[in-house]
Unconditional design. Structure first.
Length: 446
């Protein structure tokens, strides 16, 4: 955006038009108690070159993910994104047609969303997927709300191994919707004790779970269906579905996921892209938009918004969702990256992630005092350390290794989790990175 300064003469001309003697007259209706008595405590104005230098000095205090061995996961993962992805999403055809609010949206954007939906449905093993959502956490909360609408029941049971941020978003939504959200106690490495009753609308589980554990949800899905409840499966590491059974094959009714791992870099925590899929019989209660394929009057293939019931149209408080974005560019990046990979490429990528994480887990488990918690995992796992994990993370960072996420960051009230460390590895992790991590952890724990 260009900087277009006004001259004092310009300002006087503008003030004269509106009948004000000075700029201060514009604030006459603001009570004196609400006005600042002095200038704002900010640095004086600087030129562009000086500002660039100041910002560069501030940025240099950070440790970029790609500059040191990086093993942080916890719901956001560092994967390689091909340069073609960023190039293509910045083409004018995509960049200027962001979110499909109007029916006259470009056919190209609708087709891209249609392809995106197809990819998500295939990945999750579900019947139908929508045209993306804001992110994984809000998609999770929307899944709970959808289960409430479908079953007309008010209780949602959240697995203790659900990402705590996702749990918090669900609880926030529930405050204003009359839902009874019951979050179970986190027990790393152990299955949840889930008791169903005739008030249960859904059970929400994560796959792989927050602590990295992989569990077959088939038996739980059967229990839910026998009790008249729905099974909601959350996936925060979507690359895992290139190697493990999709939630749909295990009986999931709704799948909500975070798509950041494909096509979208870490980006300091966002923006991300929420994935959402369900069984066909529930499609009318699915939040968001659904792009469909049709033919025009001349028999040519075309695309339309088959379902679109958000608040910006006519349903207002009766809308299935009140989140106003579908993260269109992030969804497009997801589609382009996955198209470049193809089915075989995604499967190879998933196998590489798992093999790298397995190698890392084997090496770290050999460090004296370290214990692997997981029985099975994909590319993230939990370790018990002989010291507080937060202290270990800081000590590792001082040695130039970003060694993971301490569980105490997410559960500060749980003293029994203070020694738990979450560690992730992806295709970006090298053998040299693993060697440095193992050596640094041995030094820190010595």
């Amino acid at each position: 955006m260009r900087y277009l300064p006004l001259t004092p003469g310009d300002r006087q001309d503008m003030l004269a038009v509106i009948g004000a003697a000075s700029i201060d007259d514009l604030f006459a209706d603001v009570p004196p108690a609400a006005r600042l008595s002095s200038v704002v405590d900010l640095p004086p104005a600087q030129g562009e070159l000086e500002v660039e230098r100041a910002i560069s000095r501030m940025a240099a205090k950070n440790t970029p993910a790609g500059s040191v061995p990086f093993f942080i996961g916890g719901g956001v993962y560092r994967h390689h994104v091909p340069a073609a992805v960023d190039h293509l999403i910045q083409r004018g055809e995509f960049l200027t047609s962001y979110t499909p609010y109007q029916p006259e949206i470009s056919q190209g954007t609708l087709q891209a969303l249609f392809e995106f939906q197809t990819q998500v449905a295939l990945l999750t093993g579900m019947d139908v997927a929508n045209a993306s959502m804001y992110d994984g956490a809000t998609a999770c909360a929307e899944a709970v709300a959808m289960a409430h609408r479908v079953t007309r029941r008010n209780k949602a049971i959240l697995s203790g191994a659900l990402h705590p941020h996702y749990r918090a978003v669900c609880e926030t939504y529930a405050q204003f919707s009359g839902l009874n959200v019951q979050a179970l106690r986190p027990t790393p490495g152990e299955a949840d004790p889930i008791d169903l009753d005739d008030e249960t609308a859904c059970v929400v589980v994560q796959y792989p779970d927050f602590f990295g554990e992989l569990r077959d949800c088939s038996a739980l899905a059967m229990r839910c269906h026998q009790a008249g409840a729905l099974l909601v499966v959350i996936v925060t590491e979507i690359v895992a579905l290139g190697a493990v059974a999709p939630p749909g094959a295990m009986g999931a009714d709704i799948v909500a996921a975070e798509g950041q791992s494909i096509g979208n870099a870490l980006n300091f925590g966002g923006p991300h892209v929420g994935l959402f899929a369900c069984r066909e019989q529930h499609v009318r209660q699915m939040p968001g938009r659904l792009a469909g394929q049709t033919t025009d009057a001349d028999g040519r293939r075309g695309w339309v918004l088959t379902l679109s019931t958000r608040e910006q149209h006519i349903r207002r408080e009766k809308a299935t969702s009140n989140i106003c974005t579908n993260a269109g560019l992030c969804a497009l990046a997801f589609t382009i990256h996955l198209s470049l990979l193809g089915e075989a490429g995604l499967m190879r990528l998933a196998r590489l992630n798992h093999a790298t994480a397995s190698n890392l887990a084997d090496r770290l488990a050999q460090v004296p005092g370290v214990r692997l918690v997981n029985g099975s995992f994909f590319n993230e796992f939990a370790l018990r350390l002989p010291m507080p994990a937060a202290r270990a993370v800081e000590a590792l960072a001082a040695k130039g290794v970003l060694g993971g996420a301490a569980a105490s960051r997410f559960y500060p009230e749980r003293a029994d989790l203070a020694d738990l460390l979450l560690v992730a590895a992806t295709e970006t992790t090298t053998a040299e990175d693993i060697d440095r991590y193992a050596a640094a952890l041995a030094e820190v724990l010595r």
